[in-house]
Write a protein that binds this ligand. Structure first.
Ligand SMILES: [Fe+2]
Ligand SMILES: [Fe+2]
Length: 134
């Protein structure tokens, strides 16, 4: 699985979906993942929290677009967002409580793998729909 750094390097070829706002948000997401992965000590909790806040907005923006365009797969896409937000919230709380190790592992392994698949499937399908109905 590519790291967030590698995903940013190959963003245009592998992750750009052709929707300017969504692509911009996805680059910011990967930059925040990278910042959290590189953060040391107390800075880790701060950057993880920034990633969590950004992800809340990222998902809310996509869901607003789905609702505004009567997207048929809204429920499925939203459920996938909620699952990852729940995990992120839990690991963020653990990190804030001084247990950063599992949060780091999740951030380095599970989250990039989730983004790779989610961007290429659910977000990609949403962008196709928005092009036709947005
Ligand atoms: Fe997204
Ligand atoms: Fe999404």
């Amino acid at each position: 699985m590519p790291t967030p750094q590698e995903m940013l390097e190959r963003f245009q070829d592998s992750y750009a979906l052709g929707d300017e706002a969504i692509d911009h948000t996805h680059r910011e997401f990967l930059e925040l993942c990278l910042a959290a992965a590189n953060a040391k000590g107390p800075e880790f909790v701060e950057t993880f929290q920034a990633l969590f806040d950004h992800t809340n907005h990222h998902f809310a923006d996509e869901e607003a677009k789905m609702q505004a365009s009567a997207y048929p797969a809204f429920g499925e896409h939203r459920a996938n967002h909620q699952r990852i937000l729940g995990d992120m919230d839990r690991f963020c709380q653990r990190a804030a409580a001084g247990r950063a190790q599992m949060a780091r592992a999740w951030l380095n392994d599970s989250l990039p793998a989730w983004f790779d698949l989610h961007a290429k499937t659910m977000d990609s399908a949403l962008v196709v729909h928005l092009r036709q109905h947005g």
